[in-house]
Ligand binder design. Structure first.
Ligand SMILES: [Zn+2]
Length: 264
């Protein structure tokens, strides 16, 4: 089990393989310990779902504070494949309000930036290059999967930051598992090349699709870590759009620590 829980009832979970890099900080936040009432109970970090924006701001503050108050970027996700690059020339406001880049993946090499992906069944994916010290956060739902946002993000990491895929570490967070990803309209929704990932009950293994996309992009098998937690099965811990329909989104955050924190 690579998915690491430090406490019995943690605010967030972590991937054990990432803990050996003190220069990064990350967390997969549960739905618990937030301010929002039913059906967004309680750590919902998304605006526009019907939750009180004041609760969302307070919840985003919890995420930001527990990640060390670093400059957060909450992506305005579109189920597309646009990749936002937050480098030294593209500074972020650090606002918790919804004036954020429209993109489904973000990459940064700037210390203090904290990339936050919002999900409820879609995959939150972290990528880290320990040599170039570059992190990425990816939101890959089924549309992101079939359009291979993973490959596109890694391509940008290569061209913009000279990241070598062989060095990259990839972690796939809690999301809709092969146990629950039934697609009865798969013939019209899912390209035929992905039908091999479907079982007899029309359930599609998107974790395996992502793993294969990561391998195809050049990442080593030993550098790919899957939490193995299905959001649909674990609505006690995480939001699940399929299970609950009207619900919140939980936070998956990754960033580079500030200089003084690394020294401390
Ligand atoms: Zn499941």
């Amino acid at each position: 089990m690579v998915f690491f829980a430090g406490k019995s009832n943690p605010l967030y979970y972590q991937f054990e393989p990432l803990l050996s890099y003190p220069e990064i900080r990350h967390g997969i936040f549960t739905r618990n310990s937030g301010h929002s009432p039913h059906p967004f109970h309680s750590l919902n970090i998304s605006f526009g779902l019907g939750d009180d924006p004041r609760n969302v701001l307070k919840n985003r503050q919890i995420v930001s504070d527990s990640m060390g108050g670093r400059n957060p970027v909450f992506l305005d996700q579109m189920h597309g494949t646009d990749v936002f690059v937050a480098d030294g020339n593209n500074r972020l406001s650090g606002s918790l309000k919804p004036e954020v880049p429209k993109a489904d993946a973000a990459i940064t090499d700037v210390k203090g930036n904290m990339l936050v992906v919002q999900v409820a069944d879609c995959q939150p994916i972290f990528l880290y290059d320990p040599a170039r010290k570059v992190v990425a956060g990816v939101h890959s739902g089924w549309r992101g999967s079939i359009n291979n946002i993973i490959e596109k993000t890694i391509r940008v990491m290569k061209t913009r930051f000279e990241c070598d895929p062989k060095r990259l570490i990839a972690c796939i967070g809690p999301s809709l598992g092969p146990c629950c990803a039934e697609f009865i309209h798969y013939r019209t929704e899912i390209p035929e090349k992905y039908w091999a990932y479907k079982d007899r009950s029309n359930r599609i293994d998107f974790w395996s699709i992502s793993r294969d996309q990561l391998l195809d992009a050049g990442i080593s098998a030993s550098h790919i870590h899957v939490s193995g937690i299905c959001t649909h099965c674990r609505t006690d811990l995480f939001f699940s759009y399929r299970s609950e329909k009207r619900t919140g989104r939980f936070a998956s955050a990754i960033g580079l620590t500030n200089e003084q924190e690394t020294e401390a």
